[in-house]
Design a binder for this molecule. Structure first.
Ligand code: NDP
Ligand code: 2IT
Length: 448
């Protein structure tokens, strides 16, 4: 659709207000292009500048993180928390520790998080945080020192009803434990201020598995809608962390074959597919070995291909679960040429705009954006918050059932807002429009 004057002026204003923020503008443009028609058709949305106001974070907190390494030397990092919108609930979203973290990266994640959280149907606002800290090669003691220093800065800005961080890249149960311990000591308070906690300290069953399991539950609905089934299909998965491994585990349980996993250093390819034992081994050694995939190839089997990515292999479904922009246009075209039917995102914004365009232009392949398919993690975080607020804990079966229901609910909204007359579903449009309507309604109802 060609840009109308209103949409192109809006884009220009947002670009001017956010100079040099490539990832943030990529996320904004992706959603804006999909809700453009709704803006054109609704005078109130334009008069109250709903879209533009949603792009501007409520506040951006940035801080210095100083800590001592094992040699007794001072280390300096930068930390951020972007509180994007609390229109429909407390700010909610993960923390990422990675050298590529910048204000633009945290802003894109916070912006997307608002739409994702709205789609869950739970009362969760959107936020994201993190640091340019690189945990690679750091000892447990150094990780603890960093987490304590980070929380010493962050604690004053968060709270169980204010802003509830969780994990993301390089922030798992270990880091959440250190962060939570520091918060508890500073505030003398045991509350649900973080999610993804260990079970012994108020964590929720199913949270560890939730994002990966949720991706596969969503995939099952997509396939069902296409009158296909997961059993017997071949999947290529990227990443080898929390999301990738639990997506692989659930896919195997449902009778699919997973032939790749990857990390920043290369791809592990197993022609005959990983077994459940293989995945359990990788889950066990994630965080313990320097390069779990390489160790797997050396100690067990599979082929380690340094510097490569999973998108050259023939598959029915591709599941990018590592990081933003990990699949480019050329790689998407290769997947399509090799017969891939679905690209479903475990990671946030893993496909470049060119990759998404290539998938949309392909007749037989569909694209599922992370804000729909990876919402299972934050959804179970929401269930962890309600368990904490009620001083209670639910069973695995109950929570897994809630997760399945929520993924089905999100799929339903994507179909409702993204289905064309021919019955094809544009999931990107469906997720953007459905999320946008929820946020817009809340914004209009609450006044300027
Ligand atoms: P983990 O830290 O557990 O795993 C990340 C994986 O991605 C690792 O294998 C890592 O490799 C790889 N990776 C990270 N950065 C890069 C990079 N620049 N290039 C190539 N590979 C990279 O993180 P998660 O599994 O939790 O998160 C993965 C993705 O899923 C992220 O996009 C995150 O935002 C998203 N997500 C996570 C949720 C959660 O609940 N955890 C919820 C929803 C989305 P290496 O070890 O070599 O760095
Ligand atoms: O991107 C995400 O949705 C997450 N990293 C999970 C956020 C959360 O609050 O559980």
């Amino acid at each position: 659709m060609p840009d109308s004057q209103y949409i192109s002026e809006l884009k220009n204003r947002i670009t001017e207000r956010n100079p040099n923020q490539t990832e943030f503008m990529q996320a904004v443009t992706e959603i804006l292009d999909n809700v453009a028609e709704e803006l054109e058709d609704n005078d109130e949305y334009r008069r109250y500048r709903i879209f533009e106001r949603l792009t501007e974070p409520d506040r951006i907190i940035s801080f210095k993180v100083e800590w001592l390494d094992d040699r007794g030397c001072a280390q300096l990092n930068r930390g951020w928390r972007v509180q994007q919108s609390n229109l429909i609930g407390p700010y909610k979203g993960g923390l990422r520790f990675h050298p590529t973290v910048s204000e633009s990266v945290i802003k894109f994640l916070a912006f997307e998080q608002c739409f994702k959280n709205a789609l869950t149907g739970l009362p969760l606002g959107g936020g994201k945080g993190g640091s340019d800290f690189d945990p690679k090669g750091r000892s447990d003691h150094e990780i603890m020192s960093f987490c304590q220093a980070f929380m010493t800065q962050l604690y004053r800005h968060i709270g169980a009803n204010v802003d509830v961080p969780a994990g993301d890249i390089n922030v798992g149960a270990r880091e959440i434990g250190f962060l939570y311990g520091q918060y508890r000591k500073i505030r003398n308070q045991f509350s649900g201020v973080l999610t993804g906690k260990a079970i012994e300290m108020g964590g929720s069953l199913v949270r560890t598995e939730a994002t990966g399991f949720g991706v596969i539950y969503f995939l099952q609905h997509v396939l069902e809608h296409k009158e296909l089934q997961l059993e017997g299909l071949t999947l290529t998965i990227s990443g080898a962390g929390n999301v990738a491994l639990f997506a692989a585990k659930k896919a195997l349980e449902q009778g699919a074959k997973v032939i790749t996993l990857s990390n920043s250093r290369g791809v592990l390819f197993k022609d005959n597919g990983f077994s459940n034992d293989d995945i359990e081994w990788l889950i066990k050694y994630d965080n313990i070995k320097d390069n779990t995939l390489l160790s797997f190839a050396e100690e067990r089997d599979g082929e380690w291909r340094a510097g490569e990515k999973p998108w050259q292999y023939k598959c029915d479904v591709a599941v990018p679960c590592a990081t933003q922009n990990e699949m480019n246009g050329e790689e998407a075209s290769t997947l399509i040429k090799n017969g891939c039917k679905v690209v479903i995102c475990g990671a946030n914004m893993p496909c470049t705009s060119e990759a998404i365009e290539a998938i949309h232009n392909a007749k037989n392949c569909c694209y599922i954006p992370g804000k729909a398919s990876n919402a299972g993690g934050v959804a179970v975080s929401g269930l962890e918050m309600s368990q904490n607020a009620g001083f209670e804990s639910q069973t695995f079966e109950y929570l897994d059932g809630r997760l399945r229901d929520i993924m089905k609910h999100i799929h339903g909204q994507c179909v409702k807002c993204g289905e064309s007359d021919t019955g094809d579903v544009n999931y990107e449009r469906g997720a953007s429009v459905a999320g946008f309507h929820i946020l817009a309604k809340a914004m209009l109802a609450q006044g300027v």
